[in-house]
Design a protein around this ligand. Structure first.
Ligand SMILES: O=C(O)C(=O)C[C@@H](O)[C@H](O)[C@H](O)COP(=O)(O)O
Length: 539
């Protein structure tokens, strides 16, 4: 209900050259009565019978996209017809999203109750297993960009066709206009926030100041980014008599520590910043994590905005609210979950990104495909050349799809009670490399790239994927310009480092493995297999 079946179905039908039919509209046309009226006069059971009849009939036809009512799958016969005759696409929406979309809609008889949220939760619990039973494709609809959802569906349909016929190549290409601005959202009730992706956002003063409170703004940045973009951002934020000052930190992972955090606090106090002050993180993952943690703890919490300028921070670290600093004994060991008010990923800033940083960001893009979306993984493989050549359309799509995937995981498990740990694929090995080598020696993305190859190797040793899939991962990571062999830290040191990991429980080291590609498993591993992976993985 309210998931967008009619809108998406119509566009899909147009793109596929098929006829579009909405079963509710069909029932209304045949009875001459509206759905609420049928519910009122005949009751729900009778409506469901009519609906089943219409579905049976339409399932007998060829060449159409059919949008069914949300409750149609409650009828076992309709489920069987849909499954047998069609490719079923389940547009999944969260209760909060459905509520927001349907709050003014009086044409939803089932929601005309005193507590529509409770009703929706009941309906979801009742219907979800049936949707999952019949669905060939599941699409999360937490994104406002309908075209991108349709594009994902087309890709998945192409991939289903491919599965059915060997030697098939996927031709469907996501079309991202490099000039277009894309708006996504991280849906976390009162902590929800928008992610804007597009060129020249640093010039968009109106959009930026919408998320700034009070008349004091502190921009936190580093010595590399400041000469490039600080003035532009300062100008954009300076209207309406706002006092905008900057805190410029040294650049590098080795500075994600107490000293830098204190430097931020010193500047905030020296500038008499109050609780209305807004912090703005202008830079990569280190600046974003430090600024977020400073915002979480200064006066017990002030607002902050992420303006990520590296690919890694645009596809990953600026989204989801993980903030913090490193400890010499372990990466990101001190920190807080604290969400920004908004994220502005200005893709123009990637023009000045060093090649090594571009590769580091691609590691997290590959990660998102590997754990959640094998079609996206296929797409990255097919487009790695374009991504490395900084093709604007390809980069924009990679950023948008990564943010969608991450936002959806974070929506389901903001504070890493379980599911969110899948975003740590490659990180158990990667964090050990970073801490073991000394922060800043390997870029975070480099360590994650190599860590993903090791995690794929371990997945294979555990029987979850075949050797060919490990090879695909190794080839893709190498093609992204990332290391595929780890430094030789010595087995004892590797184990010692991996024992300091936030995912561990009761002393057992936890890994995110592929089971298979496109689907993650959170698990411990037998010691002998882990040792074999370590032996095979080092240079
Ligand atoms: O957002 C998450 O959750 C992630 O795990 C994303 C990671 O790519 C990111 O590097 C994160 O900062 C790692 O967090 P940690 O909890 O493993 O330190």
């Amino acid at each position: 209900m309210g998931a967008g079946k009619t809108t998406i179905g119509r566009i899909l039908a147009r793109k596929l050259g098929l006829r579009f039919v909405d079963s509710d509209h069909e029932i209304e046309a045949r009875t001459g009565a509206s759905i609420p009226l049928i519910f009122e006069i005949e009751g729900e059971p009778s409506f469901r019978r009519r609906e089943a009849e219409v579905i049976r009939e339409l399932c007998g036809q060829e060449g159409l996209v059919l949008a069914t009512g949300g409750g149609a799958i409650l009828n076992a016969e309709s489920r069987a017809f849909l499954k047998e005759r069609g490719t079923v696409i389940y547009l999944r929406a969260s209760v909060s999203n459905i509520l927001a979309r349907t709050s003014h809609d009086k044409n939803r008889p089932l929601l005309q109750t005193a507590d529509p949220r409770k009703k929706l939760e009941e309906l979801t619990a009742q219907r979800e297993p049936h949707y999952l039973e019949v669905a060939d494709i599941v699409i999360d609809t937490g994104r406002p960009n309908v075209q991108s959802m349709v594009q994902t569906i087309l890709m998945q349909l192409a991939s289903l066709e491919c599965e059915a016929s060997p030697n098939c190549v996927i031709h469907a290409e996501p079309s991202m206009n490099e000039q277009s601005k894309m708006l996504l959202s991280v849906d976390l009730d009162e902590r929800s926030y928008p992610i804007t992706i597009g060129p020249d956002l640093l010039f968009d003063a109106d959009a930026l100041v919408r998320h700034v409170s009070g008349n004091k703004v502190a921009i936190v940045t580093n010595t590399t980014v400041a000469p490039l973009y600080l003035e532009r951002l300062q100008t954009a934020l300076s209207g309406d008599g706002r006092d905008v000052f900057s805190i410029v930190l040294p650049d590098g992972e080795e500075y994600k520590n107490w000293a830098s955090l204190m430097q931020i606090f010193d500047a905030l106090l020296a500038n008499k910043c109050d609780r209305k002050t807004t912090l703005v993180a202008l830079g990569g993952g280190v600046i974003g994590d430090l600024t977020g943690y400073a915002a979480a703890s200064y006066m017990r919490g002030i607002g902050f905005v992420q303006v990520p300028t590296t690919l890694l921070s645009q596809v990953d670290s600026s989204v989801g609210g993980k903030t913090g600093i490193n400890h010499p004994l372990g990466k990101n060991m001190i920190g807080a979950f604290y969400q920004p008010r908004a994220v502005f990923a200005d893709t123009t800033t990637l023009d000045t990104l060093p090649a090594r940083e571009l590769s580091a960001g691609l590691a997290e893009v590959i990660k998102h495909g590997a754990i959640i979306d094998s079609v996206f993984f296929d797409w990255i493989e097919a487009n790695i050349g374009k991504l490395m050549a900084r093709d604007k359309g390809a980069l924009a799509y990679a950023i948008a799809r990564s943010c969608e995937i991450k936002a959806d995981v974070v929506r389901q498990d903001e504070r890493e009670g379980g599911l969110r740990a899948i975003l740590n694929f490659g990180h158990t090995f990667g964090h050990a490399i970073e801490a073991g080598m000394g922060y800043g020696q390997w870029l975070h993305g480099e360590a994650v790239g190599c860590g993903m190859v090791m995690a794929a190797d371990l997945s294979c040793r555990m029987g979850h994927i075949d050797q060919a899939t490990v090879e695909r991962m190794r080839k893709l990571v190498a093609a992204a310009g990332l290391p595929v062999k780890a430094p030789d830290l010595g087995t004892a040191r590797w184990l010692e480092l991996m024992e300091v990991d936030k995912k561990n429980e009761g002393g057992a080291i936890k890994f995110i493995l592929l089971k298979p590609l496109g689907s993650p498993a959170i698990t411990a591993a037998p010691q002998e297999l882990l040792l074999a992976t370590l032996a095979a993985g080092v240079a």
